[in-house]
Design a protein around this ligand. Structure first.
Ligand SMILES: NC(=O)c1ccc[n+]([C@@H]2O[C@H](COP(=O)([O-])OP(=O)(O)OC[C@H]3O[C@@H](n4cnc5c(N)ncnc54)[C@H](O)[C@@H]3O)[C@@H](O)[C@H]2O)c1
Ligand SMILES: N[C@H](C(=O)O)[C@H](O)COP(=O)(O)O
Length: 338
């Protein structure tokens, strides 16, 4: 099948991790589906990885994104972003960090200006990037910066069974807890509501707002954040016409029965959100950034340095990220059907 829509741009991620392996496997899964993508990666590194892992994937060099759709049925299109140092499996090399960042910048530019329908990012090893002065805790914050003033990035992780949006992202738990405010909860819930309408076609998303404390505070006897901070946010959201309810006890709000009652959970901190979704379906979960002027998704896992080069990496989450990026691009009028 051939697609007339622009291809998806995929970044290289951490070269010492599993990114090349899951990229090659994603091509095997998505070839002939009419959902072309190309990867910004070092050509030789990818070819070597295909050989070392015995994956029968022809790697095709392209210089422009519009060559990708034609090439995709024959092999994996690669727009070369050369690495600076040889890749040692499982051991990130800061000399390659600038290429990792360049790939994100280039792919973002293409997703923002039209040559790519969406941006999908492979996992990065943040510690390796910090060594060259990269000062963002993750893609989410970096992409918000690249999007420019007026854009607020909101992290959502989504699977068939659950969507979660944490109020704070990459900060220590103590700071996340002390930093919870009514204003932040309202801001994130508004972004979730808008993002679910725009990118997922929901008419009136039902948001479940998590509590912070055991038993959602047990009427104030186990913490007062629910009464003093979270409830006022829910009341504000209700006045704005946003369907938000809670605060729900965090230990039971992710059961199958509870999940049937809402479309997305607004969680008070990173792990409250990400533990349930990764536990339920790490191979089908996708990290989506809401609120950007371009579409961005990512697998929900990291660089998996411990299994790099072993041939056992599961490409499921990357494939799900590709499919979700294409669906969102379709909702935004940029994409194509599968
Ligand atoms: N989107 C991103 O860029 C992203 C997301 C999460 C973590 N990270 C980064 O990744 C690095 C490592 O993080 P971590 O160790 O917490 O999490 P991780 O997801 O890399 O690994 C956790 C465990 O899951 C396994 N695993 C991960 N992906 C797998 C796959 N596709 N198939 C089979 N097994 C898989 C790993 O082998 C490991 O045992 C950190 O630097 C972190 O910041 C990046
Ligand atoms: N918080 C994410 C997770 O734990 O899966 C991960 O760090 C990715 O974040 P970015 O998409 O901002 O890189």
């Amino acid at each position: 099948m051939r697609s007339l829509a622009p291809p998806v741009a995929l970044t290289m991620g951490e070269p010492a991790g599993i990114a090349a392996e899951i990229t090659l496997k994603a091509w095997l899964a998505l070839r002939n589906t009419g959902s072309p993508f190309f990867v910004l990666q070092d050509f030789d590194h990818l070819s070597d990885a295909a050989g070392a892992l015995s994956l029968s994937v022809p790697v095709i060099s392209i210089s422009r994104s519009d060559e990708a759709s034609e090439a995709f049925n024959e092999g994996l299109p690669v727009m070369s972003v050369p690495l600076k140092a040889p890749v040692a499996v499982g051991r990130p090399d800061p000399r390659n960090a600038s290429s990792v960042v360049d790939a994100i910048r280039l792919a973002t530019e293409m997703a923002a200006s039209g040559p790519a329908a969406a941006l999908v990012t492979n996992p990065i090893q943040k510690s390796a990037l910090y060594e060259i002065g990269f000062c963002f805790p993750g893609h989410t914050e970096f992409l918000e910066h690249l999007a420019g003033p007026g854009h607020r990035a909101t992290m959502m992780l989504a699977s068939e069974q659950l969507k979660v949006i944490p109020v704070s992202i990459h900060e220590p738990l103590s700071a996340a807890v002390s930093g919870i405010s009514t204003a932040k909860i309202v801001e994130v819930a508004r972004a979730a509501d808008a993002g679910l309408r725009r990118d997922f076609g929901m008419e009136r998303p039902r948001l479940a707002i998590a509590g912070l404390n055991p038993h959602a505070g047990e009427q104030g006897s186990m913490g007062r954040e629910e009464i003093d901070v979270i409830m006022p946010a829910i009341e504000t959201l209700g006045r704005e016409g946003i369907d938000a309810h809670g605060p729900f006890p965090p230990d039971t709000m992710f059961t199958a029965r509870s999940r049937a009652g809402y479309d997305a959970a607004i969680c008070m901190y990173h792990d409250q959100a990400l533990i349930p979704i990764k536990t339920l379906d790490v191979d089908g979960g996708v990290n989506v950034t809401l609120g950007l002027p371009f579409v961005r998704t990512s697998p929900d896992h990291g660089t998996a340095l411990d299994i790099a080069g072993k041939g056992i990496a599961d490409p499921g989450s990357l494939v799900a990220a590709m499919r979700m990026a294409i669906r969102i691009a379709g909702h935004r009028g940029k994409g194509f059907g599968e």
